[in-house]
Design a protein around this ligand. Structure first.
Ligand code: SAM
Length: 263
């Protein structure tokens, strides 16, 4: 079957990489796996095991989705768009003492950013539901997710992700590991929900601050955030900093004041 460009299909065939993902995940019997975009089942083959409690997958391609249950008896495949998937409905709550879903996917690059934001929302809404997530992403995106303040990759996506998830950059994957090879390098990352998921501000106000701050990333914060009418004297944040150098903690402090201003 010819790979479909519109679904971002680049199928993994490099056994070293497939084994690397499986050992990074270290699945245990009784766990529940949720795979996004299994395609022809390259990764599924290394992860699927009858001893797992459940193996659920979402695949949009109606030619590929029906082929998987024959290859992996017991797998559940939903033929649908992951961006329209109601995670709260399809990911059942773990049993008492259960570890939560192990989420995995060699993601289509064109949807990875909105998908990650939807998953962050889900993790915030249902804190015990997801144990961790292992994703193949475009290398540049993996760098943004795992970036630290002061680096070029530090941005809105880094902050929005890291307030909720611990991000570990695991390893790089060259284009030759896929058929057809993508034009960019890829990387595997592990995202683990933080122990304490209570945010001191709403995601909406944090997002508003981040959008303004990083839209004017070369400007000083006092200038980039002018429209928010902040009282910098009451904040323990240097208004002369540029967004590139502002920590998550300080973005949360700023967002907190925007909420108080609205009271
Ligand atoms: N896991 C397979 C592998 O590693 O060889 C396939 C990876 S391929 C990069 C991405 C997969 O996601 C394809 O099978 C594609 O059909 C599927 N896909 C693309 N967009 C999707 C969407 N919106 N919802 C669900 N699956 C999608």
């Amino acid at each position: 079957m010819r790979p479909r460009k519109r679904f971002g299909q680049h199928f993994l065939h490099d056994t070293r990489i497939l084994q690397g993902i499986a050992s990074a995940m270290a699945l245990r019997p009784g766990q529940q796996v949720f795979e996004i975009g299994p395609g022809q089942g390259a990764l599924t083959e290394y992860l699927f095991d009858q001893r797992l409690e459940r193996y659920l997958a979402v695949e949009i391609d109606r030619d590929l989705a029906p082929l998987l249950p024959a290859k992996f008896p017991g797998i559940e495949v939903l033929e649908q768009d992951i961006l329209r998937t109601d995670f709260a409905a399809v990911l059942s709550a773990p049993d008492q003492g259960g570890s939560g879903w192990r989420v995995v996917g060699n993601l289509p690059y064109n949807i990875s950013s909105p998908l990650l934001m939807q998953l962050v929302d889900h993790v915030l809404a249902e804190p015990m539901n997801v144990a961790d997530m292992h994703f193949m992403l475009q290398k540049e995106m993996a760098e943004r997710l795992s970036a630290v303040p002061g680096s070029k990759a530090w941005g809105r996506l880094s902050v929005m992700t890291q307030v909720t998830l611990d991000v570990q950059y695991l390893f790089d994957v060259p284009p030759e590991s896929f058929r057809p090879p993508p034009k960019v390098d890829s990387s595997i990352i592990r995202l683990t929900p933080k122990k304490d998921l209570t945010l001191p501000v709403t995601r909406k106000s944090l997002d508003q601050v981040l959008r303004l701050a990083f839209a004017g990333r070369r400007k000083r914060m006092s200038n980039a955030l002018k429209s928010l009418n902040l009282d910098w004297q009451k904040l323990s944040v240097d208004p002369g900093l540029r967004a590139d150098d502002v920590s998550i903690e300080n973005f949360l402090i700023i967002a907190g004041q925007t909420e108080n201003l609205q009271d």
